[in-house]
Design a protein around this ligand. Structure first.
Ligand code: DAS
Length: 357
C-alpha cells in the first residue's frame, strides 16, 4: 500500500515539476537584475531569534539569490553588488551612482526589470529619488526586510521573490518606482516606514497602497496620479553632486540655532518639518525669512506624517516667498527640492513641481 502511495506521489510531483518547467521556458522568462545595496535583507544575527540588534549588510547578492531558488522559475535573475551598507548611511553620492546604474541597465534591451535590495530605514527616500530620475517605463522595485536572513520566519526571501515577480511583470510597466514588502505594492511617492520593527511597517498614510502580491502575481487596484520616471524634467546623467538641502525639525520651545548653523554651512534649501499644518514657531519663522532673503529656498512640510500642507494655510507663503510641500513628508520634500534646484531657483516654478510630482 505504502509503495503504491509513494509511487503515485512521485508521479504527481514529477508532473508538477515538468509543468512548471514547461510553463516557464527559459527563453520566455523576463530578465530581472537585482542591485544589492545592503540592509537587513542582507543582514545576519547571532541566533535564529535575533530580530533586533543584528548586523545589517553582511550577505552578498549571490547568496541572496541562491537562498531563493524558486526565483529561477519566474525570472532569469542576475545580480550586482552596488553597495553593502546599512541604509542609514545612504547618501546623495550613493543615489547618483545607483540612479545612473539603473538607467544604464534599463536602456539595455535584454533587461526587463530591476529589483533593488535596500535597508528599510531610508528605503522610501531612495525609492522616491529613483521615481523622479529613472528614465524608463520598465519596472523598478525596491525591496527590504524587517528581519535578518538568519531569523525564524525571515521576511526577506518571500519579499525578494515577490519583488522579482513584480519587476518582471507586465502589470508593473509604467507604474513608476514601486516598493514591495509584506505582500503589498506601494508607490514610491506616498509610502513611508511607520514602525521601528514590525513586518508591516511600510504604510501609505491616507493615500493607500497600489495593490497586492498574491499567488505569484501582481494585483493592481490603483496608480499614482503624480508624474514620475519618463515624465519628469530631472536628468542626473551629467550630475556629480546634488545641491545641499537640509531639514529643520520644529517642536515646542524650538529656537533658530540649528537652522542658522545649516544656512551658515551653505545649505541651498531648507525643508521645515513644522508642527501641525506646517506651522512656523516665531524664532524659526524669523530665521527662515532671513535665509530666504539670502537666497535659500524654503519649503514648508510637517512632522505630522499625513495630510496636505496647504499653500498660504498656516503661513503667508506668497508674502514669505516660501513653498508648501503638498503631501510630501520632510524627507521626501528634501529630495524633490534638491532635484528642483538642479533645474531652477524660481520659487513659483518649484511650488508647481510640488504640485506635479
Ligand atoms: N539599519 C537598517 C537599514 O539598513 C536595517 C534595515 O531595516 O534594513 O535600513
Amino acid at each position: 500500500m505504502r509503495t503504491l502511495f509513494s509511487r503515485a506521489l512521485g508521479l504527481v510531483l514529477g508532473l508538477a515539476v515538468m509543468m512548471a518547467a514547461q510553463a516557464a521556458e527559459p527563453g520566455k522568462l523576463p530578465h530581472v537584475v537585482i542591485l544589492a545595496t545592503g540592509g537587513t535583507i542582507a543582514g545576519s544575527g547571532a541566533t535564529t531569534t535575533t530580530t533586533v540588534g543584528y548586523t545589517a549588510a553582511t550577505v552578498g547578492v549571490q547568496s541572496l539569490i541562491q537562498a531563493v531558488p524558486e526565483m529561477q522559475k519566474v525570472a532569469r535573475v542576475t545580480g550586482e553588488q552596488v553597495f553593502q551598507i546599512a541604509s542609514e548611511n545612504m547618501s546623495n553620492a550613493h543615489w547618483l551612482t545607483l540612479g545612473k546604474r539603473v538607467n544604464a541597465l534599463l536602456a539595455q534591451s535584454d533587461v526587463d526589470g530591476i529589483v533593488i535590495t535596500h535597508g528599510t530605514d531610508t528605503l522610501e527616500e531612495t525609492a522616491y529619488f529613483l521615481n523622479l530620475v529613472v528614465k524608463s517605463r520598465k519596472p523598478v522595485v525596491v525591496v527590504g526586510s524587517m528581519r535578518p536572513s538568519t531569523a525564524i520566519s525571515a521576511d526577506g526571501p518571500i519579499n525578494l521573490y515577490n519583488a522579482v515577480i513584480l519587476a518582471g511583470s507586465q502589470e508593473a510597466i509604467g507604474k513608476g518606482v514601486l516598493v514591495c514588502l509584506n505582500d503589498q505594492i506601494s508607490g514610491a511617492r506616498d509610502v513611508t516606514k511607520s514602525n521601528t520593527s514590525t513586518a508591516d511597517t511600510f504604510r501609505n498614510p491616507d493615500l493607500g497602497m497600489l495593490g497586492y502580491m498574491q499567488g505569484n502575481r501582481a494585483y493592481f487596484y490603483k496608480t499614482s496620479t503624480r508624474k514620475h520616471t519618463l515624465d519628469t524634467e530631472f536628468d542626473i546623467s551629467k550630475l556629480d553632486s546634488l545641491p545641499q538641502v537640509d531639514i529643520v525639525y520644529s517642536y515646542a520651545n524650538v529656537n533658530a540655532t540649528a537652522l542658522n548653523a545649516l544656512v551658515a554651512a551653505g545649505a541651498k534649501g531648507i525643508v521645515h518639518a513644522g508642527v501641525g499644518d506646517g506651522s512656523l514657531p516665531n524664532p524659526v519663522k524669523d530665521g527662515l525669512l532671513k535665509a530666504r532673503k539670502s537666497g535659500v529656498l524654503v519649503v514648508r512640510s510637517s512632522r505630522v506624517g499625513s495630510g496636505i500642507i496647504a499653500r498660504n494655510g498656516e503661513a503667508n507663503d506668497d508674502e514669505l516667498d516660501f513653498v508648501a510641500s503638498d503631501t510630501l513628508n520632510p524627507q521626501k520634500a528634501r529630495i524633490l527640492l534638491m532635484l528642483a534646484l538642479t533645474r531652477t531657483s524660481d520659487s513659483k516654478a518649484i511650488q508647481q513641481m510640488f504640485w506635479t510630482y
